[in-house]
Ligand binder design. Structure first.
Ligand SMILES: [Zn+2]
Length: 282
């Protein structure tokens, strides 16, 4: 590596010298001027290379943009937010590995809608790339798990994989206000894990927000465990992780009803994930 770099510098210097000589010979300008002109060109190239990645922010294709118009959350964003959302969706479509199982062919629509769900949950934060989840496995429908001996609609595991049944993902996404959304549910699990796994994206949920959330959630969690009626559906009583994931589904899909039934819990969620769907509702 070291030698290569030294070689490169050597070639650049030789090239620079030759260019100065060529300029002085061909255009009959003094070498000082040739030196200055080439120096400026070199500097411009260096600046260009430095800011180039900014210009090359990932962009959605026209087809992907059309698909995104199916996405309810996106439709409610203003034009500035839409640009940012598109950038994030594009980042996920390009940087995550999407794998189809059971002969499922992964389409652009699958990539865009799943990527949009990742972007939706993290949209209140500066940018969460879900760095610890680089693989998204898609089954055509609910799949049999050898570990549990049951059929699963989705799961998230710490080896960096988000698994989804496409049939159930679509079902959750098709009815936008029933409080069921598999994509949001699984990615909500991924969000909590991402926050818990040490790395670049570690501990982005604020301690103070978490403390408020835990305190408010505990009451409702106990209610559900005690089989008392609750706005939050009963599956949330499985454990605290499921409680959070179910709350995320209902938070995005039924914000007004959620707020009316459990205002403190709603506000705690809005603070925790730094966004409030009610403020966006049109
Ligand atoms: Zn779950």
């Amino acid at each position: 590596m070291g030698l290569e770099t030294t070689d490169k510098i050597k070639y650049y210097l030789i090239g620079f010298g030759l260019a100065v000589m060529a300029l002085t010979a061909v255009f009959k300008i003094e070498w000082q001027w040739a030196f200055l002109i080439l120096g400026c060109i070199g500097l411009a190239v260096m600046i260009y290379l430095a800011i180039d990645p900014v210009w090359k922010k990932p962009k959605l294709t026209l087809q992907q943009q059309t698909i995104l118009l199916e996405f309810d959350f996106y439709k409610k964003l203003n034009s500035v937010e839409r640009k940012e959302f598109e950038y994030r969706v594009s980042y996920f479509t390009q940087n995550k590995e999407f794998m189809g199982k059971k002969d499922l062919v992964v389409t652009d629509r699958m990539k865009v809608l799943i990527a949009a769900t990742l972007a939706q949950i993290g949209f209140g934060f500066e940018f969460i790339s879900f760095e610890d989840f680089d693989k998204i496995i898609i089954f055509p429908k609910a799949y049999y798990s050898k570990q549990t001996g049951r059929y699963h609609k989705g799961e998230v595991n710490t080896s960096g994989v988000i698994v989804l049944s496409w049939e159930d993902f679509l079902e959750g996404f098709r009815i936008a206000d029933d409080g069921y959304n598999l994509g949001l549910h699984e990615i909500a699990h991924a969000l909590r894990l991402e926050d818990a796994i040490p790395g670049d994206e570690y501990h982005f949920l604020k301690d103070t927000d978490l403390a408020v959330w835990n305190a408010v959630a505990e009451t409702e969690y106990d209610n559900i465990r005690a089989k008392k009626p609750s706005f939050i559906r009963s599956y949330a009583g499985t454990n605290r992780q499921e409680f959070f994931a179910v709350c995320v589904e209902q938070f995005f899909e039924q914000p007004q009803e959620f707020y009316n039934a459990l205002p403190q819990l709603y506000k705690a969620m809005a603070s925790l994930i730094k966004q409030d769907p009610l403020k966006r509702k049109r």
